[in-house]
Structures are given as C-alpha cells and as structure tokens.
Design a protein around this ligand. Structure first.
Ligand SMILES: [Fe+2]
Ligand SMILES: [Fe+2]
Length: 167
C-alpha cells in the first residue's frame, strides 16, 4: 500500500503528535512558538478528518455515522483543551497542566481511531478511493498550512456525517 493512502497519512500524523508533545517538555526558548505550531497542526488534522475522512466513513461503513459523530465530539473536546492552554501564561505550572490535559484527551482519541475507526475505514473503503483521499489530504494540508482559513471553532457532528463524500 502506498504511503499516500489516507489512513497511512493519518497514522503518521498521530505519531508526529505523540513525538511533538514529548519534545515540548525539552523545549526551552521557543516554547510559545512550538506550542502554537502543534496547536495549529492539531486543528488542521481534525479539520481534514472532518472534511474527507468521516463523511466517507459515515457513507460507507455500517457504524460509520455513529463513529463519525463520536469522533467529531472528541475533536471538539480537543479544541477546548487546546484553547484552554492558550489562555494561560506560557511555561507556568497551570500551562503545563493544561498541556498535559490536551495531550491526554488527544491521545485517547487517537487510540480510539487507531483501534476502531481506521480499521473500519480500511474495511469499508477500497484502496483506490483511499489513495485518492490521501492526495486530497495532502492538498488540504497545503491549502490550510498553519491552519490558515480554518476557524478552529467546534464542528457540528451531524453536519460532518451528513456531508457528501469528497468528489
Ligand atoms: Fe480525529
Ligand atoms: Fe486523527
């Protein structure tokens, strides 16, 4: 399977998030910028999944609608946890505590995707389509580099799963 298949791209970003949260602990100067970049990448990731992954899963998989709604609610929980960090003074104890909360909320969500939603997607969607969506995934990241053009607001779970799968 190609490295540009969408579930492979999702997984490789999950690994990058795990590393980035760990590396944050060793970041001295530049902590603010490192956090901001991670927060932006988390938003691009969630928005890309809501744009093309979950509409397709809801369309094709038996439990896809329910799984998609769950995932989008969890994305919103991650958004809130990330927003909370940005309200605090960078590097303070409260700030680190909020970062750890965001890390945990995100880790739980990624684990659920990896255990349940990505395998369901691979079962339901054929490999050609998964490759097409992988190319769209990369284009979405180009278009929304550093989260430009994304509001960061909560997504509506029902609207995400009702959206037509990408052309
Ligand atoms: Fe997700
Ligand atoms: Fe994900």
């Amino acid at each position: 399977m190609s490295e540009f298949e969408i579930t492979a791209l999702v997984l490789s970003e999950h690994d990058a998030f795990r590393r980035a949260f760990t590396e944050l602990q060793d970041t001295g100067d530049g902590l603010d910028g490192a956090w901001r970049e991670l927060a932006q990448r988390l938003e691009v990731h969630a928005a890309a999944e809501e744009d093309m992954f979950y509409p397709q899963l809801a369309h094709d998989a038996e439990d896809g609608a329910e799984q998609g709604e769950t995932a989008v609610r969890e994305h919103n929980d991650i958004r809130h946890a990330v927003a909370r960090v940005s309200e605090l003074s960078v590097g303070s104890d409260e700030w680190w505590e909020a970062v750890r909360t965001a890390q945990e909320v995100n880790a739980e969500h990624m684990a659920e995707e990896e255990t349940d939603f990505l395998p369901a997607f691979r079962d339901a969607v054929d490999s050609e389509r998964r490759e097409d969506l992988g190319m769209r995934w990369l284009q979405f990241h180009d278009t929304h580099d550093r989260a430009q053009g994304l509001s960061g607001d909560d997504a509506d779970p029902e609207a995400v799963i009702a959206a037509d799968p990408a052309e």
